[in-house]
Design a protein around this ligand. Sequence first.
Ligand code: SF4
Length: 232
Amino acid sequence: MKAPTELVARLNAKATAMPLMERLKALRDALTGEIIFTTRFGVEDQAITHTIATADLDISIVTIDTGRLFSQTHDLWARTEARYGIRVRPFFPDADALETLVTQQGVNGFYRSVSARKACCETRIFDPLSLALVEAEAWVTGAQDGLSNESERASLASLDEGFKLVKMNPVYDWTHAQALAFALENRIPINDLHSQGFISIGCAPCTRAIDPQGPKGACHWWWEDEAGQSRN
Ligand code: SF4
């Protein structure tokens, strides 16, 4: 591929004005290697899955099953595979590492401190994510504005310094309401939790329904105050 920085600049210059499908096609056309889309089965993710599946784009759809997902997420996973005739490839935490983590910190030890929570996320999310992306040339996500870091939401495409690949969020500029409207219009299956006030879908013990007018960040890890201290 072209130098990643050049590709990122080109995608941001040309594809930002495009609709979702064209954005994904622009990324696919620019690369020859594997492109991985990691879904968490939120409505934004479902819009991307729908687009990849209906346009038959050569983009692999994978998910990280942390072992603490909502049952509604597994239900949607199955409904999505049935609707589109696809298989969403799962990546799981390493069994030995998980056993060590839970033995050391307890089954809900992540409530106890920020470091314990980060250790849990490392084992259950980031280590399997690293495996999922090991061969990838680019990474597609549906991370929502306000729930990800500044660099992720600043532009359509970016360079992921950690994984050393091109990262694209093709719905980076959508609102949650836009994603819901797109899903309704295209009869895309969505997570039942959205109708209960969940704007983001993550692990069950660490995600909650929130006031749609309030800060989006309050839906995850709400027990940690701004100084990074655990309240439990
Ligand atoms: S979100 Fe919560 S349960 Fe999931 S990996 Fe992180 S700390 Fe663990």
